[in-house]
Write a protein that binds this ligand. Sequence first.
Ligand SMILES: [Fe+2]
Ligand SMILES: [Fe+2]
Length: 364
Amino acid sequence: MPAPATTSFLLPAEAVEKLESLVLQIEANPGSMISPSEYIGLEDRLDIKAVIADLPEGITTEDFAGILKLALLTECATESYSAVFEECAQTYDAAWIGRFTERVWTPDELTHYVPYKLILMNLGFSEAELDRKVQETRDRQYVHGGGKDPVQLTTFGMIQECLTDSWHGLIGNLLAKSAPEAAFIVRRVKRRETLHAVWYRQMTAIQLGANPRLVSEVAGEICTFDMPSVSLVPEFQSEALRWQELMGGNWEAIYRDLIRYVAEALGDVRLLGELGLLVATANKKLALFPTGLAARVLLPLGGLCHELMGEALLHRAQLSYLYQKKDDTGPTSMYGTMLDRIRATTRSTMAGMIPPARDLMQNI
Ligand SMILES: [Fe+2]
Ligand SMILES: [Fe+2]
């Protein structure tokens, strides 16, 4: 018997219908899923050792193997993650999320660890050793630190897929020059993660569209977010940030991608501002920044304050086009121009209070 729902999560019937219809569409057109036949003979065609000679400064052979193992071991634990989504489907009677997980997401994800195994074998690691590591990781308990209602899980999925997408992209760049075929297959995986992030964004958007007060659940999920590798492969995850920087990972670009996904999921700049203020207010580490203190003042004010905060978040991420209206460039009265100037100054001041992306992402 399903466990009782632990929050007041509720969606109107029309939203559930939309979610069911979205999942049916995804099922009918899941895009170009990777076929296991694409991996046949791949290991023999690779020359990953050529990449070693060409690694960017600061990345040792050991780092390179660790980067690949982190991808392998994070990807191999698909079933640990799908169990959380399936439990949610049961608990919240959300057949759509169960159907998506079981019929699309899991079979898709199950193909993602294989290229990393082949790349590592080509690099000299034995299949038996890699299989043992994979089994050890699958046997570990995945600790899902966030909430488990549908909007919390689709938010988690959206963020997790976006960050995984970035990781595969950085590895693809490392491989591109000396092992183009390996880069091609890693980028195939990357494109699947992009699609997953988009699907989770669409699911989150439908739920928020039906019940904008779910914004507090989205904020809570952002505050408690951890990559699954934190509990599954802590020995590699502890190096992930250093590796990300060595591979040329750009914090501001990752921040921009995340803000864009979240803004589009919320579908409303005012709600985005409220979300930013909720996160800044709830997060103890952010309280050390002026943002945390200002958020406590701005959150209860609502309305225009939330709207300007939403715009500031977009402005800071160089996504101003997401709030600028088409008629912004048209003729305006002197009064209108003055208000626009005050608004722009306030927005820039708020944007200036948002810490650098590196500090933000390491502290949330
Ligand atoms: Fe994956
Ligand atoms: Fe994925």
